[in-house]
Ligand binder design. Structure first.
Ligand code: C2E
Ligand code: MG
Ligand code: MG
Length: 275
């Protein structure tokens, strides 16, 4: 584990997480532990669609934390805080178990995508968490996709490579989330067993007016196709963005134009074509 010792600092430096005052960080950590103990978290599910025909094909599980005093706490605040300790591994395990259990109720072959933290990979807990969640839910591995951000690839070690390969072997999909804003080199894309490229919404936002972003998104779609990766654009908000992405052959997408994240009941209706 010695090669992991420097990780929290690298992660903190790499993330755009707000820096919390020490006392506030401790209070937040305490509240997260309570939420884990007392079923305080929930999952919402944002559907994703084939762009060619707007058919729903699955959903991304997004954690929600409705807190008595804090209100609805954004994952962009508490996930980076939890990543400073092994708390994130407990949250990650909880998310995987719940998401797989829910997805087992969805019409097959709809897929569930689960965001995982770099730390779950680097601490070596992910494979066990995934195996447990699949066994408890009886969900087929092909219906689970794990989303990792480019941060993971900053510090890719042989152990992480082995774990990605093991996940790939059991049939679970692997997506690079927020692609295009960080650090991934094209050589990495070739070397690692990813199955999906998720184009970051910062590049989708300016489509089709910004020529540079349009050119980059076009190239990313072409690269994904050349490497036989699925490609998904996130954060689609306007019909113009959708039309552009359809025209350049982007396979799938998600965003407020189609749907926000839905409750566990509403996502079943959506995936069954009832909404
Ligand atoms: P992400 O994985 O890139 O998730 C997409 C975020 O974009 C979600 O925010 C979603 O609500 C938002 N979004 C979706 N469509 C649109 C759109 O059309 N326009 C705009 N402006 N935003 C859109 P959310 O739910 O607040 O999650 C933020 C981030 O928190 C996620 O980014 C992910 O990195 C992290 N996160 C969420 N759930 C989990 C989890 O269970 N585990 C871990 N490790 N991280 C999570
Ligand atoms: Mg994601
Ligand atoms: Mg994303």
């Amino acid at each position: 584990m010695s090669h992991l010792a420097h990780l929290p600092m690298r992660l903190a430096a790499a993330s755009s997480a707000p820096v919390l005052e020490r006392a506030e960080a401790r209070r937040l950590e305490h509240d997260i532990r309570q939420a884990l103990l007392h079923d305080g978290f929930a999952l919402a599910y944002q559907p994703r669609y084939l762009l060619a025909n707007r058919q729903p094909i699955g959903a991304e599980a997004l954690i929600r934390w409705p807190h008595r005093k804090r209100g609805l706490v954004s994952p962009s605040l508490f996930i980076p805080a939890a990543e400073q300790s092994t708390l994130i591994n407990d949250i990650g395990g909880w998310v995987l178990r719940h998401a797989c259990r829910e997805a087992a109720r969805w019409p097959s072959p709809a897929m569930v995508s689960v965001n995982v933290s770099a730390r779950q990979l680097l601490d070596g807990v992910l494979i066990e968490q995934v195996s447990e969640a699949l066994a408890l839910s009886s969900l087929a591995p092909e219906r689970l996709e794990l989303e990792v951000t480019e941060t993971v690839l900053l510090d890719i070690s042989p152990d992480v490579l082995l774990m990605l390969a093991a996940l790939n072997d059991i049939g679970v999909g692997l997506a690079i989330d927020d692609f295009g804003v960080g650090y991934t080199s094209l050589a990495m894309l070739k070397r690692l067993p990813f199955t999906t490229m998720k184009i970051d919404r910062s590049m989708v936002r300016t489509l089709p007016r910004e020529r540079e972003d349009a050119a980059i998104v076009c190239s990313l779609v072409a690269i994904a196709q050349a490497l036989s990766l699925s490609v998904l654009a996130e954060g689609i908000e306007t019909p113009e963005q959708e039309n552009f992405l359809v025209d350049i052959g982007c396979e799938s997408g998600q965003g407020f134009l189609f749907s926000p994240a839905l409750s566990a009941e509403d996502i079943i209706a959506c995936l069954s074509g009832e909404k």
